[in-house]
Each structure stands twice: as C-alpha cells, then as structure tokens.
Design a protein around this ligand. Structure first.
Ligand code: ADP
Ligand code: MG
Ligand code: ZN
Length: 494
C-alpha cells in the first residue's frame, strides 16, 4: 500500500544524521608543493604552472610551510589534537584534472584530529565534533566549452593544480539543515579570523559538501547516506539539505531502498540530482607518499602558532556582550560577518569613546542593509567616518533621519560625514533658545490651533510637526516637544 503521508509528516518519524566536509583554499603566497604563485584567481589559463604542478615525471614536491601552519592554527582554534608526526599519502584516481594520477593528501595521520566547533542556532547553542582537518593539493580546473568549429571540447586550466587545500570533516553530529548552515558560517568566520582562508563560497574558496542520511527517531544505526555537492552559498547549503532530508523521508516512507549516491544541488530547480554512485575510500588505494618525508610538529612550533592566534569568533562574541554591552543577537550578527566585524572594530579603534551599542545598531542596520543590495559598498564606508556619524547622533547634533541620509551619501562616495553635514545644512538645532524662538513664530502663525489648545483639544502633535517642518527636520524632536509644551502652557509671552 502506498503511503499517503506527506514528506513533512514523514519527517516526524525520521531524524537526519549529517556530516559536513569543507574544502577551503589556503591563503599562501605559493602553491602547496612548488614555487608557483597561488594568486591565480583572475589570471589567464595555464599561466601559473611549472613542471611540479603540471605533474611532469621526475619532479619532486617541496612542502609549503605556511600551508602547514594554517592547518595547525585551525587545529588549535578548534581544540584539536596535533600528532607529533604526520605524513603524506597518495590518493590514487584517474581524472584529466589530476595530471599525476594521484593527489598528495593525508590519510590516517591528519595534521589535526578530534576538534569541535560551537555556534548559536534558533534552537540554542550546538557543538559539532570535528573528526579531522588535513592538508592536500587542489586539482586543475576543467572548462567545458565549444571550439571554433562548434564542437564540444573540455579544456584544462592548470593554474589551480597544486594549490593548497585544507579539508575539514565533521563527525556525523549535525541534525538539521539550519545547523549545517550555521556550522559553515561559523567555520567561515573562524577561517577568516585566523587568516587561513578568505573562504568565499561564491568564489569557490570554500566548498561545502554534506553527507545526509535518515534513521527512524529513537534508533541508533545510521541509514544509507547521500553526499550532496555544488552548493554555492550558505543559503543553498540549508536549502539543499532540507530538500534532501524530505526526499529521503518520502522515499523511506514509500518503502524504497536508498542508494549511496553523490548528488548535486540544482539551485534553479531547487532539487538534488544523481551525479554518480559514490566511491569507497579503499577504491583510492591510499599509500604513503614516497617523495616526502614524515612531517614532525615540535611543541615549540605549535606553541608559537597558538600564541599568534588572534581573538576567535566565539571569544569575540563573549567580549562584545560582556565588555561592550551588545545583545547576543547583535554580537552574533557582527561576528558572523567579516565586513561587519571590520567596520565595527575599525570604528571603535578610530574613536574608542563611541557608544558601542549605538554603533552596533548602525552596523547591523544601515551598514549590513546596504551590503545586501550593494555587496561592494563595504569598501566605501570608512570606519572612522561611521564613528563620527554615531557620535554626532549621540550628541544631538544630527537627527536620526538626517543621519541615515548622511550615511547613504557617504557610502555612495559623497565624502566625509563632516562635509556632507555641512553641505546639506544638517546641523541639528539643539539650542533651546533658538528653538523657543521658532516655536513662538509657529504659535503666532497658527492662531486657530492656539484657540483649539485653549479649548482643550490635543494640538501638541500639530505644533511639533509645524516646528519640524519649519526647521526642515533639523530640530531635536525631544527638545521641540518640551518647548512646545512649555510655550503653550505658559503662553508665548511668558
Ligand atoms: P568519505 O571518505 O566517503 O568522504 P568519510 O567517512 O570521511 O567518508 O565521511 C564523510 C562525512 O560523512 C563525515 O562528515 C562523516 O561524519 C559523515 N558520515 C559518515 N557516515 C554517515 C551517515 N551514515 N550519515 C550521514 N553522514 C555520515
Ligand atoms: Mg567525502
Ligand atoms: Zn607549480
């Protein structure tokens, strides 16, 4: 009998088990095992190559120290163990993007093992175990194109071949699509904080793959897993996993047996599709790399890396709340976004007396709001200018409404806050005697409203509105309220 349950109803019977694999490109000057520049992102194809990264016979690899240090730093940051000695292994497979026929990687002795990462979700704090982080080399890039005769060709760009790549694998601890997205976001924040990677998903610097299986709630054994690839944003990580969970739940509910496939996420169709059936690791015939010696990590080296670590996102969130008085939400939003963190830290560095909570409101509101429509605008906002703006609002010199306009003008390249305030005549009127004079004029110009006031009608708002209009919104609204009330009650001639 076919099940009539909807996938969502089926989900109540199954629990998702998810493990996440992240590959990230490390920030180094040169590639993993050769001297080619690692800054190949916008270079013409095959301009960053040499006999080593082209996989020519007779060449020998040389280990990139900086790449090793990035993985060691990541290990320290996630509380992982570092083995005293690690080694390199060959992962063998044939594909045109892998000229040697094997990838130099790490198999059973990764540079970091047994770490963890904690982060906030809508259901509270979650900690995910991290199985390992290891170092390997990237593959070349295949470009599928059309030649001059209209035939279909596959081209190989070896610029990426041999670039340093860190793979970070979690335990199967993740339970929801949201947790998976949050894990990826937190990992990005961490990698950026320690300078290991720019970790931009859209640019392929951080590639997230999710292994997803379901099991009946309350049972232990894992189900058959599917590996989901091709997710190019945090949002698609969450959507792809949510889709996959529902798909598997519906299939299991209908009595189908799942197959251990690798599936791709199709963003336009919002579905996953079968790419290939999955290999097992024994298919790769891993064996120790004979061209590289084992790598010893001595305690002093590790201690130096630990000492050089900057403030990590988790500690930064705690500091923002405890020392700066930010809400947990604002702290999480700012720390979770590299541009927001940079502008917030930069503004406080430029003007340490700035009210941090008011600044946080500007960063999470106007600044991040702007970046949503104009991702490139971040570079145009000067943190010192933002601090100046926040200071002017706090001192009452600039009204909230006008401050928003000044911010927009500054972010559009309109110059300094001081210059914009001056040019637009935005100096807020907070001078009480000047305000009193304007209030008197407004009252004198509206005898009918004054009569209404004497008859007990509510006209306060009307007068305040007229004063704001007369000052083109530049009067301090709270002071205007007070002034209108005082003048009406005591009479303009008092
Ligand atoms: P592979 O070598 O095929 O990539 P791994 O054993 O390294 O496989 O596991 C890859 C990821 O899949 C890890 O994050 C792991 O936690 C996760 N994983 C393993 N088994 C399951 C399962 N049954 N369901 C979901 N995730 C799983
Ligand atoms: Mg895998
Ligand atoms: Zn090279």
């Amino acid at each position: 009998m076919a099940s009539t349950a909807t996938p969502t109803a089926a989900l109540e019977r199954y629990e998702a088990v998810i493990g996440i694999e992240v590959h990230c490109q490390l920030k180094t000057a040169s590639k993993m095992f050769c001297g080619c520049s690692n800054a190949y992102a916008d270079a013409p194809p095959n301009t960053h190559t040499c006999p080593v990264c082209l996989g020519l016979p007779g060449t020998l690899p040389v280990i990139n120290r900086k790449a090793v240090e990035h993985v060691l730093a990541t290990g320290v940051a996630i509380g992982a163990e570092t083995p005293p000695a690690t080694r390199w292994d060959r992962k063998n497979y044939f594909y045109p993007d892998l000229p040697k026929g094997y990838q130099i990687s790490q198999y059973d002795l990764p540079l970091a093992a047994h770490g963890r990462l904690s982060f906030q979700t809508s259901e509270g704090e979650v900690t995910i175990g991290i199985t390992r982080a290891h170092l390997e080399e990237d593959t070349a890039k295949l470009v599928h194109a059309t030649d001059d005769a209209g035939g279909r060709v596959s081209l190989i760009d070896f610029n990426r071949s041999g670039a340093p790549l860190m793979e970070i694998v979690t335990d199967p601890d993740v339970r929801t699509a949201e947790q998976a997205r949050r894990y990826a976001e937190e990992l990005q924040a961490l990698l950026r904080a320690i300078g290991a990677s720019d970790a931009d998903m859209e640019r392929g610097q951080m590639r997230v793959e999710a292994n997803v299986s379901l099991r009946p709630r309350g049972t232990e054994p894992f189900g058959i897993r599917v590996e989901v690839k091709n997710m190019n944003s945090f949002r698609s990580v969450e959507r792809a996993i949510a889709y996959e969970i529902e798909r598997q739940a519906a299939a299991l509910d209908a009595g189908e047996t799942l197959t251990q496939d690798t599936r791709g996420w199709n963003e336009d169709r919002s579905t996953t599709y079968v790419m290939r059936s999955k290999e097992d690791s024994h298919d790769y015939r891993y064996f120790p790399e004979p061209d590289l010696p084992p790598l010893r990590v001595d305690a002093a080296w590790l201690a130096a890396i630990r000492d050089a670590l900057p403030e990590l996102p988790a500690a930064r969130r705690v500091r923002y709340q405890a020392a700066l008085g930010l809400s947990a939400y604002d702290a999480a939003v700012i720390v979770g976004d590299a541009a927001a963190t940079a502008i917030f830290e930069g503004a406080l560095a430029a003007a340490p007396a700035t009210d941090a909570k008011a600044l946080a409101n500007w960063v999470t509101g106007a600044f991040l709001g702007l970046l949503r429509t104009e991702p490139d605008a971040a570079a145009r906002v000067d943190p010192a200018e933002l601090a100046d703006l926040v200071g002017r609002v706090a001192s009452g010199e600039l009204s909230g409404t006008n401050a928003k306009e000044v911010f927009a003008a500054h972010a559009a390249g309109g110059g300094t806050v001081a210059a914009i305030v001056e040019a637009r005549g935005f100096r807020q009127i907070s001078d009480t005697s000047a305000l009193a004079a304007i209030v008197d004029e407004v009252i004198a110009a509206n005898p009918k409203a004054l009569e209404d006031f004497r008859a007990g009608k509510p006209v306060l708002g009307f007068f305040v509105g007229q004063v704001m209009k007369a000052t083109r919104g530049q009067a301090n609204a709270a002071l205007v309220q007070d002034a209108v009330r005082t003048r009406l009650e005591s009479g303009p001639d008092a």
